[in-house]
Design a binder for this molecule. Structure first.
Ligand code: UFG
Length: 337
């Protein structure tokens, strides 16, 4: 039975928040990594110097082939992170989301099959799920899908591509449905441009770097009226990618190719107000804020059931919201020491 971590890995979307963190994690294991990123939204300055970078788009077969050819033999795994990630933006540009996320995943899957890559793991999203009526419920991998945004639809389409690829019997595939990735590891801050995520926005508003936070709605059917989300530490997220790649390699080596889904969250939902209070506690100053209407596409609650993540991949996510927020603040340079 193969139990080693992947030692040759192609990472698409490598210059993003999760990608740059994942590269450090893979390098710490001694892996050889090739990065593919078009650098339109990523951070070239946060790529480790020893990682060769192909600047290109995942929709461009030549760019993906060029990256795959940098390995002496087919890589053990491809971790596919490249994609657009904003629910709100996807409602304005649905075709662009379909193109980048669905078509990009198809190209990556086809070329991994062509090159003989045994394991493909993609970053999917909780946004593929149909939100449950009961906010106390935690969503497991059997929960019905039913995306409410073009972003969610494009990720679901990527999952279908991975399922079809595994059915060909030459490659195992995994979709990690990420909930709200947060925190920081290796000192790499979450920085999107524009920033749309709650924790960096709240922290930077408190520090005076950004204008007051707009709170998107307090009339949801939740205990305090603001949305509940499952904030999972980026350190646990990158660990899930490494272990999912190992699992897919094992499945292919055993001759039983499979497609698997995992929910990557903690199992605990925090409201927007609770997150703001955690930011205030960590920084010791108020988060200036103003109430706004609801943001299109937002649902009342999205909380993972992480049982499969724990039982199959052995990951027990950090449950301490204050630590998640503190790590984020530290990496943003907002804490002393
Ligand atoms: N929020 C605000 N004000 C802001 C930004 C966010 O009130 O300025 C609220 C949102 O309404 C939401 C919560 O904070 O209730 C979290 O919002 P984020 O934008 O940080 O994250 P989302 O939940 O919208 O989306 C993230 C990822 C998606 C993924 C989803 C799954 O960006 O890719 O988590 O839970 F699908």
């Amino acid at each position: 039975m193969l139990t080693t971590a992947p030692s040759n890995v192609l990472v698409t979307g490598a210059a993003g928040y999760i990608g740059t963190t994942l590269l450090r994690r893979l390098l710490a294991d001694g892996a050889r990594v090739i990065a593919l990123d078009h650098l339109e939204r990523g951070h070239a300055d946060q790529l480790p110097r020893e990682v060769p970078l192909i600047v290109g788009d995942v929709r461009d077969p030549d760019a993906v082939r060029q990256a795959l050819r940098l390995f002496d033999r087919p890589p053990d795994a491809c971790i596919h992170l490249a994609g657009l990630i904003q629910v709100g933006e996807s409602t304005l540009f649905p075709q662009m989301y379909r193109d980048v996320n669905a078509v990009g995943t198809q190209v990556v899957a086809d070329l991994c099959l062509e090159a003989g890559v045994p394991a493909l793991v993609m970053a999917s999203s909780a946004a593929v799920l149909r939100p449950l009526a009961g906010i106390a419920d935690r969503l497991d991998e059997d929960a019905p899908v039913g995306p409410e945004s073009p972003y969610g639809s494009s990720k679901l389409s990527g999952e279908h591509t991975l399922r079809a690829a595994a059915e060909l019997g030459r490659m195992s595939t995994v979709a990690l449905r990420l909930f709200n990735v947060a925190g920081a590891a290796y000192g790499l801050a979450e920085r999107h441009d524009p920033e749309t995520h709650l924790i960096p926005l709240a922290l930077r508003a408190a520090a005076g770097e950004l204008p007051p936070l707009h709170m998107f709605g307090d009339d949801f059917p939740t205990p305090d009226g603001t949305c509940l989300r499952d904030y999972v530490h980026v350190r646990d997220v990158v660990e899930a990618f490494v272990r999912a790649a190992r699992l897919a390699m094992q499945q292919t080596a055993s001759g039983a190719c499979e497609f698997q889904v995992f929910h990557v969250g903690t199992g605990h939902g925090y409201s927007v107000l609770e997150v703001i209070r955690a930011c205030e506690q960590v920084l010791g100053k108020p988060v200036p804020r103003a109430m706004h209407g609801r943001r299109p596409g937002d649902v009342a609650a999205l909380v993972a059931n992480p049982d499969k993540l724990a039982s199959v991949l052995g990951i027990h996510p950090d449950l301490d919201l204050l630590r998640v927020v503190r790590d984020a603040a530290q990496a943003l340079g907002l804490l002393d020491g």
